[in-house]
Design a binder for this molecule. Structure first.
Ligand SMILES: NC(=O)CC[C@H](N)C(=O)O
Length: 227
């Protein structure tokens, strides 16, 4: 399976994502610059954390218009898995691939610590290896992680099972303690916590590795070769 890690000006978790795939998952991975226009050779797209364009206007707002985003939207439309972590999640929101928006954390402070997450949806490619209700220890590091959407959108997210992860307790004021959501077809996932920073017990937790392993397992199941 071939993973693309998109690099925007100001990305700072691109290397973490790259090593999680190369050394944690042991699959093929390459950096793709934000000025590129095709993701055709890749099976999955990863939007890493960071401060793209210095978080100017709003985090992710400018990156949402970067040249590569048309290819990210095409990959999503083709059903390829697209994962946005932290700033990557913010970019997915700003580009309209996921509904809602991020506000500054309620406490108006950057939060950098390990959080406890609850798996709410274990039926999508990213979470099939977990079980619903399972608790995960995954770190967060963000200033704008306070998820907001209107009540109608929130009701739709709940009804469609699009809330994938919730914080076990309030971290940043996020509506419904939302930590991660998916699109209606389940192939685009945005999450504020960093699974790529939790891929080995040496890092304090390997609870994030199963997310990447689930992506790989799903891809193998749907791309059977009979050579
Ligand atoms: N690690 C990240 O991606 C966090 C940066 C992010 N732009 C923020 O809200 O602070």
């Amino acid at each position: 399976m071939k993973f693309a890690v998109i690099v925007f000006p100001g990305s700072n978790c691109d290397a973490d994502m790259y090593y999680a795939i190369r050394d944690g998952l042991k699959e093929e991975v390459a950096y793709v610059h934000y000025t590129e226009r095709s993701l055709a050779p890749f099976d999955a797209v990863l939007l890493p954390g960071g401060f793209s364009y210095g978080d100017y206007l709003r985090a992710g707002a400018i990156a949402g218009f970067a040249p590569i985003m048309a290819a990210v939207k095409q990959a999503a439309a083709e059903g390829k898995p697209v994962l946005g972590v932290c700033n990557g999640f913010q970019i997915l929101l700003e580009s309209g691939l996921l509904p809602g928006a991020m506000k500054r954390n309620r406490q108006l402070k950057f939060v950098c610590r390990t959080t406890e997450l609850i798996v709410e949806n274990d039926a999508i490619a990213f979470t099939a290896g977990y079980t619903r209700g399972q608790k995960l220890m995954i770190p967060v590091a963000h200033g704008e992680g306070n998820y907001e959407c209107d009540d109608e959108t929130f009701a739709r997210l709940e009804a469609n099972n699009q809330i994938v992860f919730r914080y076990a307790s309030d971290v940043n004021g996020s509506k419904g303690r939302i930590a991660g959501i998916t699109n209606e077809t389940g192939n685009v996932l945005g999450m504020m916590p960093h699974p790529e920073r939790a891929v080995a017990s040496l890092l304090g937790s390997d609870d994030g590795l199963l997310l990447f392993q689930s992506m790989l397992r799903n891809w193998r199941e749907t791309h059977v070769t009979t050579a």
